[in-house]
Design a binder for this molecule. Structure first.
Ligand code: GLP
Length: 267
């Protein structure tokens, strides 16, 4: 292994050949965290993400939770509080492309979870800046996040912390980058012109304050940004690079996403 590279940041790296295998490993791990809440331990809210990466994970999570004994599952759902990273601004209430709809579809409805337990910024707020500020206050009133699940943007964004974003940036209204219109156009019939231009996102500050961070990276198209993440110093131009400053970052990747990092390690 090249001794000069900064390949030391993730606390633990799990790489699997198949996405299905990776998803099962993530669920095995998350199940332990969710059981801690059921066993009465004080657990802060969970931090959840959206995007294609999370779809198989939420589907497997729902299936796993439905296999729990009823009492345990009911206790988990009664005590459930999660905070999502972000939401588009300007979509109508109930728009199927909103992250609120995504979360109801993937977790809320299948688990019969009351929507108020799935906290998500309100994308139709009259005053989005005020909404961002009250979303942050709500999160802080619970003492921040226990674990945070993260996908990775092709431009190195996490949540909607677009480049440039620094470690002190807090929950706020942001303008999305053209790389993000492209990446997220799939939810808008492939038309990047109709992807909303603004959003509310939790900031790097709240993400870095989570007790544990799980960065999940799937697919060949993410292999270049994952490689950059490993090889770059912390920089506002690659917001995810600030995760290097967190003590407990788990990286979960399939071998397609990890390919370039692996080549680098082998040389
Ligand atoms: C999106 C979301 C993030 C998500 C990431 C990865 O734009 N704001 O919360 O994790 O980008 O998306 P995907 O999993 O679809 O690649």
């Amino acid at each position: 292994m090249n001794k000069n590279h900064p390949l030391t940041f993730p606390y633990r790296i799990t790489v699997c050949d198949s996405t299905a295998q990776l998803v099962q490993k993530i669920i095995d791990f998350l199940e332990v965290r969710l059981r801690e809440r059921v066993s009465g331990k004080h657990v802060k809210p969970f931090g959840l993400a959206t995007g294609r990466t999370m779809e198989p994970i939420y589907s497997a999570l729902v299936e796993r939770l439905k296999s729990w004994p009823n009492n345990d599952l009911n206790k988990l759902l009664d005590d459930w509080i999660s905070f999502n990273l972000d939401e588009y601004l300007g979509l109508k209430d109930g728009d199927s492309r909103s992250f609120r709809s995504y979360m109801e579809r993937t977790i809320g409805v299948p688990l019969d979870l009351n929507s108020s337990k799935l906290r998500i910024p309100y994308g139709q707020a009259q005053d989005p800046h005020k909404e961002a500020s009250s979303y942050l206050d709500d999160l802080l009133s619970f003492g921040g996040l226990s674990f945070q699940l993260l996908g990775l943007g092709l431009n190195g964004h996490i949540g909607f912390n677009e480049p440039p974003s620094g470690p002190e940036d807090s929950c706020r209204v942001v303008t999305l980058s053209s790389a993000t219109f492209k990446q997220n156009a799939f939810s808008f019939g492939g038309d990047q012109d109709i992807v909303p231009r603004k959003a509310i996102t939790l900031g790097m500050k709240e993400i870095l304050a989570a007790e544990e961070v799980h960065l999940i990276v799937i697919g060949k198209e993410k292999s270049s940004i994952l490689y950059e993440l490993f090889c770059s110093k912390c920089s506002d131009q690659i917001p995810a690079s600030w995760l290097r400053n967190h003590q407990k970052v788990f990286l979960w990747a399939d071998s397609a996403a990890y390919e370039k990092v692996q080549v680098f390690i082998n040389h």
